[in-house]
Design a binder for this molecule. Structure first.
Ligand SMILES: Nc1ncnc2c1ncn2[C@@H]1O[C@H](COP(=O)(O)OP(=O)(O)OP(=O)(O)O)[C@@H](O)[C@H]1O
Length: 285
């Protein structure tokens, strides 16, 4: 468990302030608009940034007072990964494991197998695709079997198969451990997410189950097919998705009541919930 108490961090004109929060085991999804502070929060939690005030407690221990111990339990995959490009993938992982003091050839082989990196063992990292490089970055973060695993936009650069694999892997890994993911694309995390952490302009707006987050915007999402002339009359800000089908438009939108007989109510997804909560905030001003 991670506890946040009176956390404050100023970076230029941006300010993050979280009075109190508890993050439990399982897969935690940090959501928020561009610039909301997802990366700042992750960097504070991973102890890369130092707060101006407040404490972060890992299993009851203040991070600031137990840095080496806590860092040894943290794995981190930043959004902008920078690996040693001239090193071969296999050698890089061996080197990283030695640096962390956890070199065990069988454990590395297992991770290389799990992440289907065998064909790239002898390739220089800089010659590998974005997706493969990100898989290597995830493996290096897993080398010491961290109890707290942080990933900032981990699906960036991955193809559909890699994305699906990573989400399934992290879902399993999060059982009994803590995985914290910052993401823009929410729908892919729908099944995997145990807890949503919503940051808006440096403030914690929600920290709880995805079910509760979605329940609070229930009966607000509708889907139906309309003529193009009707589509043009729908206010832009109500639209969640739309797609042309022959001469008509398939529309997913938000509305407090049924927009017309052709619309059916839909269960909100995580992405819908985010959209609706952001809209509610904007309306409150
Ligand atoms: N060192 C810094 N100096 C000044 N401003 C900073 C610094 N670091 C971050 N910021 C600003 O703080 C805000 C929050 O940034 P952060 O990267 O944490 O947001 P984010 O939610 O991860 O955004 P994105 O989704 O775009 O990655 C942004 O407005 C950013 O420009």
């Amino acid at each position: 468990m991670i506890r946040i108490e009176g956390l404050e961090r100023q970076a230029g004109t941006y300010r993050l302030e979280i009075e109190r929060a508890v993050i439990s085991s399982g897969l935690n999804l940090i959501v928020g608009a561009n610039g909301a502070g997802k990366t700042t929060l992750i960097e504070l939690l991973t102890t890369l940034q130092t707060p101006d005030a407040g404490d972060i407690l890992y299993s009851g221990r203040k991070a600031a007072d137990h840095l080496p111990l806590i860092r040894s339990q943290i794995g981190y995959v930043p959004a902008d990964i920078e690996l040693y490009g001239d090193m071969k993938a296999g050698k890089l992982l061996k080197y990283m494991a030695e640096l962390k003091g956890v070199y065990q050839p069988e454990a590395i082989d297992k991770l290389i197998g799990d992440f289907r990196l065998e064909p790239f063992r002898k390739s220089k990292v800089k010659h590998l695709s974005q997706g493969v490089q990100r898989r290597i970055a995830v493996v290096q973060a897993l080398l010491a079997s961290p109890s707290f695993l942080f990933l900032d936009e981990p699906l960036n650069g991955m193809d559909a198969e890699e994305r699906k694999f990573l989400i399934t892997y992290l879902t399993q890994y999060a059982k009994g451990r803590m995985v914290i993911v910052a993401a823009h694309e929410l729908n892919e995390w729908e099944e995997a997410t145990d807890n949503v952490i919503w940051i808006h302009r440096g403030r914690l707006r929600y920290n709880g189950s995805p079910q509760q987050w979605k329940l609070s915007v229930a009966s607000s999402v509708w889907e139906g097919e309309v003529d193009l002339s009707d589509f043009e009359r729908i206010p832009q800000e109500r639209l969640i998705h739309f797609q042309m089908t022959d001469e008509r438009m398939k529309v997913r939108l938000m509305a407090k009541k049924q927009p017309g007989p052709e619309f059916l109510e839909k269960e909100p997804t995580l992405e819908d919930a985010f959209f609706l909560h952001m809209d509610a905030l904007a309306r409150r001003g």
